[in-house]
Ligand binder design. Structure first.
Ligand code: SAH
Length: 340
């Protein structure tokens, strides 16, 4: 069985031709899947019954199912643990902002990157999500919560640029005029700095906002907390960001999670400013969220570090923490469920 939710319009057109059907039917199906968010072929009332039967013999519309829904009593953040068709789990978080709801989606089950402060990669990598499974996090969350997703952040479980083909396919389906039609201007993608794929992404002219998780301003510090720095060091990441910036015209944002006494000194702020100012980039300072089993990492003063950056002329903000009472930081709910 092929998951039709993961197919682009051109793939569905080819599939219809292969079934001996008219190509224009593909657009009807695509609209049903992505605009009307049908979950069965039966609902597709403008398709002949014979075609619907043929489709069910070869294709499925894969679904993910909410297993746990936690809603914060403080701020309306809802976190959903989804069960995938193979019983794996991922997390999705919906957050309320003044300008509309933002959804944080996962791109992989687990993660290969092994950042020491992060819950998502603690038990390693299981598999990539398909384009359909990433889309389903939007469609199902809208169904489950009755809320409408205005903005999307790819900051859930996984490293999106390590699942490059499925993620870029997801982005094309997401923005398609016959589908959900979400402009990439409403999408932010966060990466730990896979420089080669940042460069590949520049060429796709998606218009999304790229966030790069830097978290340290020297290679020796970054090596300690992010193993990927051994492959793509800070200089290489900055070159890729520079390239992304030039090709797309989009301003990059850097994420910097502060830990007391590790990366929050005046000298750290100066080194960080020297890296990001030439790019005109801005910095999102995050207080490190302590995770189970790694209690020694964390507890930085984000506002104080932001102020240091502001004094150095860097545009910097502190990321608002939402859903603290429901373990809304990435990977924590899955980790607890799977006892990782
Ligand atoms: N793989 C992507 C997206 C992952 S999570 C990336 O690395 O960017 C989104 C952000 O949360 C990243 O900046 C990540 O480094 C950060 N993060 C992960 N665990 C955290 C924790 N315990 N406290 C604070 N930030 C954390």
């Amino acid at each position: 069985m092929i998951d039709i939710l993961s197919l682009e319009l051109s793939d569905i057109e080819q599939a219809l031709l292969d079934l001996g059907e008219k190509k224009y039917r593909a657009k009807q199906i695509f609209v049903w899947l992505h605009k009307k968010q049908a979950v069965t072929f039966d609902e597709m009332s403008d398709l002949p019954e014979a075609l619907r039967v043929k489709l069910t013999q070869k294709y499925t519309i894969s679904r993910i199912f909410p297993q746990t829904v936690l809603t914060s009593r403080k701020d309306d953040t809802a976190k959903i643990l989804y069960c995938l068709p193979d019983n794996e789990h991922v997390e999705t978080v919906i957050m309320r902002y003044k300008y509309g709801d933002t959804l944080c989606v996962s791109s992989q089950v687990g993660c290969k990157m092994g950042c020491v402060f992060c819950a998502s990669g603690k038990a390693g990598f299981v598999r990539n999500l398909t384009a359909g499974e990433i889309l389903s996090q939007i469609y199902e969350t809208e169904r489950v919560t009755g809320r409408v997703v205005h903005n999307l952040v790819m900051m859930g479980i996984g490293e999106p640029l390590d699942n490059y083909d499925n993620v870029t396919k997801f982005l094309r389906i997401l923005a398609h005029k016959d589908g959900r039609q979400m402009s990439h201007r409403h999408v932010s993608l966060s990466t730990c700095g896979l420089a080669d794929n940042i460069e590949r992404l520049s060429a796709e002219s998606t218009g999304l906002t790229l966030s790069v998780s830097l978290h340290a301003a020297t290679d020796s510090q970054r090596d300690e907390i992010m193993p990927i720095n051994k492959k793509y060091n800070i200089a290489r990441v900055i070159t890729a960001c520079n390239n992304y910036n030039k090709v797309t015209g989009r301003r990059i944002s850097f994420e910097y999670a502060v830990t007391n006494g590790f990366n929050d000194s005046d000298a750290d702020a100066k080194r960080l400013a020297a890296l990001v100012k030439p790019l005109g980039a801005y910095v999102n300072v995050i207080p490190v969220n302590k995770i189970r089993g790694r209690e020694n990492v964390g507890g930085g003063n984000a506002a104080a570090f932001r102020d240091k950056l502001l004094l150095l002329g860097v545009t910097a903000t502190v990321r608002r923490t939402l859903g603290e009472d429901i373990e809304a930081a990435c990977g924590q709910l899955r980790a607890n469920t799977e006892n990782i």
